[in-house]
Ligand binder design. Sequence first.
Ligand code: SF4
Length: 241
Amino acid sequence: MAYRWDPWRGCHKFSEGCMHCYIHKGDERRGVDTSQIVKTDKFFAPVAVDRKGEYKWKEGLVYVCFSSDFLIEEADPWRRQCFSMIQSRPDLTFLFLTKRIQRLAQCLPEDWGDGYENVIIGCTAENQVNCDSRLSVFMDLPIRHRNIILQPLLESVNIEAYLKGTELVVVGGESDANARPFDLDWARSLHDQCIRHNVSFDFRQCGTCYIKDGQRYRLNPYALSSKALEEGLSFTAQIEP
Ligand code: SF4
């Protein structure tokens, strides 16, 4: 079972990858001010119970803060309570992505230790400069399950120095009408880097503006995932004997 948990919403653009942020675009259409970071009425969703006193959410994966960034500054007063709910539900696995990984150490609860077993953290970066600055910090943090999210990726990057301890690398292009170009060679290179280090790799989506073998294509935004799948670049890490 998969669930989505948005304890708060709203965000500020943070780096180059945020240019076509889908949250900002959706809010603009609805007349919502994205810069207001507000708690939602789903704040206690992971510990909500039914009339029998049983948790409404049964075991499964919880996507956390996909309408914000879990580490955004304005949520500092609320995050400890979230960690406490996360810690109380070992039957659920919580996944959050962040561009603000440099803030993680100051945001962790006292009992975090080497990381909660039921938390996966995805560090997001879009170019080499941000890979170097964020992933170098990410790899030294106490995290049990770490993913690297390169979506949208804006240029070719080398992340081999940061792959130790990583469970999964996700790569994708932009899906916006004004998307910046995404070159298949970038995904091919990352696929090879992951194989060399036995890290699972997922080419999740092409870009709307897609370059393959020197040819530029305009792709249907709804076909980006299926087109990526056709390239056959997925790789599952081999379990060491
Ligand atoms: S950090 Fe994420 S949610 Fe926030 S503006 Fe950037 S892309 Fe959007």
